[in-house]
Design a binder for this molecule. Sequence first.
Ligand code: AP5
Length: 231
Amino acid sequence: MDLENNCYPCNQPVQEKKPPCPLQCQSPKCAAFKSKSPIDTTKTPIVWVLGGPGSGKGTQCERIIAKYGFTHLSTGDLLRAEVKSGSERAKCLTSVMERGELVPNDTVLELLREAMIARAADSKGFLIDGYPREKSQGIAFEKSIAPVTVILYFEASCETLTKRLLGRAASSGRADDNENTIKLRLKTFLDNNDLVLAQYPEKLRRINAEATVDSIFSEVQKVLDPIVATK
Ligand code: AP5
C-alpha cells in the first residue's frame, strides 16, 4: 500500500491534494490564506449538532431550520450525495460507510468547507450536523473554516439509539441501517465521543435526547434564542 500518495483505507490514488500553507503565515498575499472561509461568526453563528447515531440530530435540525432559518449541512447527507454522484471519491466512501467507520477527514472537511463557502453570503447561521466525530476533525474545522459558536449534544442510551435506528430501517433506504452496521456505528461513536466533547467544555450544551421531540426542541431553543438575539 502506498501510504504517502494513496487514500487510507481504500488505497485509491488521492486526487488533487493541495498542501496547506507550511508557515500558517496568514499573509493576505498567501494563496492558502486567501482560500480561507469568509464566514464571520460574529454575524453568522456556527452550531455543531452532535450525538450518537439515531439520537435525533436530523429531526431537531428540521425544527431549528423552521424556526431560525439556519443553513443545514449534514456530513452524512453530503457524503451520501457524493456516493450517488459516482465520483472517483465515491468508491472509497461507500465501503467505509457500510462498515460504520469514519470517512477520512480530508474528504469530509473538503465537502463541508465547499458547501459552507457556497452559502456563506446569505446564511443566517450554520447547523453542522454530524461533525466533528473525532478530536482531529474539530481542530481541523476551526483551523481551516472558523471557530464554533456553540455545540448541541443530544444524549441517549445505546438501547434507545438502536431501537430508533431499527425502527427507521424499514423506510430509510440507508445501507447502514441494519443491525450489524448499527453496532459498528455505535462502537465508532463510543470510541471517539468523549474525546471530542472534552475539547469544548465551555461551548458544550448537553441535551437529554430520551425525551419527546417537542420537549427536546424546547431545550434547544433555550440555547439558541440568546445566541440569535445577539447577532
Ligand atoms: P449520518 O448520516 O450522520 O448518520 P448518524 O450519525 O449515524 O445519524 P443518523 O442520521 O442515522 O441519525 P440522527 O441522529 O440524525 O437521528 P434522526 O433524526 O434521523 O452518518 C452516516 C455515516 O457517514 C457515518 O457512519 C460515517 O461513516 C459517515 N460520516 C458522517 N459524518 C462523518 C464525519 N464527520 N466524519 C467521518 N465520517 C462521517 O432520528 C433517527 C430516528 O429516530 C428517526 O426515525 C426519528 O424519527 C426518530 N426520532 C428522532 N427523535 C426522536 C425522539 N425524540 N423520540 C423518538 N424517536 C425519535
